[in-house]
Ligand binder design. Structure first.
Ligand SMILES: Cc1ncc(COP(=O)(O)O)c(C=O)c1O
Length: 378
């Protein structure tokens, strides 16, 4: 078979994207992995012991001489049984430790925590990596299961790339408002985009995920970013401590609320360090909904993370922003040669207001949630 060599557990092949490897069923079993497709996706990728079950689910009969097509991505797996948490591939290595970059705006020095530098281009990489690792650790994510979550687009991009690096398929439930660029990224990493037809909010997508899990044959590993404690934990142990280390004199940290994981995690880190910095949470004014900046008066779901932050008084300030303000301040970022999304403009605008109110000229960090290319074409 051209290009096929015997690897220790799985065939090592070099194939261009889209090419398929043709293998007799005996080899499929020998190599321990197979992917069974009938018609359009979903495509189930699974291990030898599941092959027979998969074939039965698909109503495919086979014998020793049967031939199967193995999609390239099913050969791209990391380990035959589970994954070594200390040796996870690609994006798991590159996530976090993002740059903290100063810019001067109207005489105020603002430090941008550039989360767009994460491998899939947004702050959601941190939660994605942390949730996936925990699912592996507790045995809920095993080869053959499919990553699932609802997203406004950045978590979907992250799951697509992290799933691709690791092996499992990713199914992401997104609204029709997802940007073309994020959609392209999902396609690029061969994940499956499922239309959120339950309603306009990510919480509606969450309800759809619950139904998908109920209807599935236990194939889904649902990450549930809106409720998964690993989401804020990723920021409590990553984003927050990184800011305090890189700018110990920080006086104000400003970021937006999507799931609330980022700002809850940062708030916890600041308070547990006994640091006096103020923490400000930004959301959208009614009628001004933006990705990554929840509009709670319009019906966005208040997650347990936001309730915890409020109950424990972790946010010293709450600011509402408009789309017009976000666009204005995004242009200021662009004029300084940085390529950030509209959420960064929204957060910068809030930070400038707070700087004026508190008489600050330095020591302000804003969490820039994504890179400009995530919404390049919108
Ligand atoms: C660009 C951007 N910034 C910030 C956030 C907020 O992150 P979190 O969900 O942790 O509140 C999001 C979430 O979707 C986002 O897409």
């Amino acid at each position: 078979m051209p290009g096929l060599q015997n690897g220790p557990f799985w065939p090592v092949v070099s194939l261009a994207s889209g090419e398929r490897l043709r293998a007799p069923v005996a080899q499929v079993f020998n190599y321990g992995i197979a992917s069974v497709e009938r018609g359009s996706p979903p495509c189930y990728t699974m291990w030898a012991e599941h092959v027979d079950m998969a074939l039965r689910i698909h109503g495919i009969s086979y014998n020793e001489t049967s031939i199967f097509w193995i999609p390239r991505r099913s050969l791209n797996v990391w380990s035959p049984v589970s994954w070594n948490l200390n040796e996870l591939p690609g994006p798991f290595v590159a996530v976090g430790n993002t740059p903290l970059v100063p810019v001067d705006v109207d005489g105020v020095r603002i430090w941008l925590k550039l989360e767009g530098s994460n491998p899939s281009g947004s702050v959601k990489d941190r939660a994605a990596a942390a949730m996936i690792k925990e699912k592996i650790k507790c045995g809920e994510l095993t080869p053959g299961r499919v990553l699932l979550d609802a997203s406004s687009g950045n978590m979907a991009s992250a799951l697509s790339s992290y799933g691709r690096a690791l092996g499992p398929d990713a199914h992401v439930v997104c609204n029709s408002t997802i940007t073309a660029d994020k959609r392209r990224m999902i396609e690029h990493f061969e994940a499956t985009l499922i239309q959120n037809d339950y309603g306009p909010y990510t919480h509606d997508g969450y309800l759809k995920c619950l139904d998908l899990v109920r209807q599935s044959d236990n194939s889904y590993c649902f990450l549930d970013q809106l409720h998964n404690p690993m989401n804020p934990y990723a920021h409590e142990t990553g984003t927050g401590p990184e800011i305090l280390k890189d700018l110990p004199s920080v006086r104000l940290i400003v970021g937006s609320l999507g799931s609330g994981g980022t700002m809850l995690g940062i708030g916890r880190a600041v308070r547990s360090a006994g640091h006096p910095a103020m923490v400000a949470a930004v959301s959208s004014a009614p009628g001004n909904r933006m990705a990554g900046v929840g509009a709670f008066a319009d019906g966005d779901y208040r997650t347990p993370f936001m309730i915890e932050a409020e109950t424990n008084g972790l946010f010293t300030e709450a600011v509402l922003v408009t789309v017009a303000s976000a666009q204005k301040w995004q242009r200021e970022i662009t004029a300084r040669g940085l390529f950030c999304g509209a959420q960064t403009g929204a957060v910068l605008g809030a930070a400038m207001d707070l700087a004026k109110r508190h008489g600050l000229r330095d020591g302000i960090v804003i969490v820039s949630g994504d890179a400009g290319w995530k919404s390049w074409s919108s």
